[in-house]
Design a protein around this ligand. Structure first.
Ligand code: HEC
Length: 146
């Protein structure tokens, strides 16, 4: 078998790389543009079980391994006074909303490489929508009154 010369193989390698980058880029954009299905807060309570090892929410919730999550929707990222955040999250400079939360929970390290939240990610859109609905219920004082 003839080994192709480096000069001939390289352009092909670059073309393949460029193509795959292009395709993966398109894939990511398509995924972000996709709206989530309607969420169900009751179902979201079950999804929140995946967070409970590190996070508390509801009346009397306190920060421990992770920050407490009462009123997290609409809260500036990395700013809770009673918790020491990673530098990355502390300086993120955004407010938690559905779009940021979904990006975060799909891949924390992808969004903020230096974060201390190690989480495999939520893959199913329905789980994500349910969890977001669940998080939205809690006001800063831990109550869920409308
Ligand atoms: C293994 C522990 C662990 C698990 C499981 C976990 N987290 Fe976290 N979470 C953390 C840590 C630690 C931080 C602080 C990250 C930092 O400072 O970089 C954090 C930070 C956060 C923040 C930022 C809060 C703020 O005030 O900016 C949100 C939101 C969050 N987690 C949501 C969740 C949700 C929702 C789940 C479940 C789907 C979850 N986390 C699962 C450990 C965890």
């Amino acid at each position: 078998m003839r080994v192709p010369s480096l000069a001939r193989a390289l352009p092909f390698a670059f073309a393949t790389l460029a193509l795959s980058l292009c395709l993966s880029g398109q894939g990511a954009a398509a995924q972000e543009a996709q709206p989530l299905p309607p969420g169900n807060a009751e179902a979201g309570a079950k999804v929140f079980n995946r967070c409970k090892a590190c996070h508390q929410i509801g009346p009397g919730a306190e920060s421990n391994i992770g920050p407490e999550l009462n009123g997290v929707m609409g809260r500036p990222a990395g700013k809770l006074p009673d918790y020491v955040f990673s530098e990355g999250l502390a300086s993120a400079g955004f407010v938690w909303d559905d779009a940021h939360m979904a990006e975060w929970l799909r891949g924390t390290k992808k969004m903020i490489p230096t974060t201390k939240m190690i989480f495999p990610g939520i893959r199913k859109d329905q789980d994500m929508a349910d969890l977001l609905a669940y998080l939205h219920q809690f006001k800063a004082d831990g109550s869920t009154a409308p």
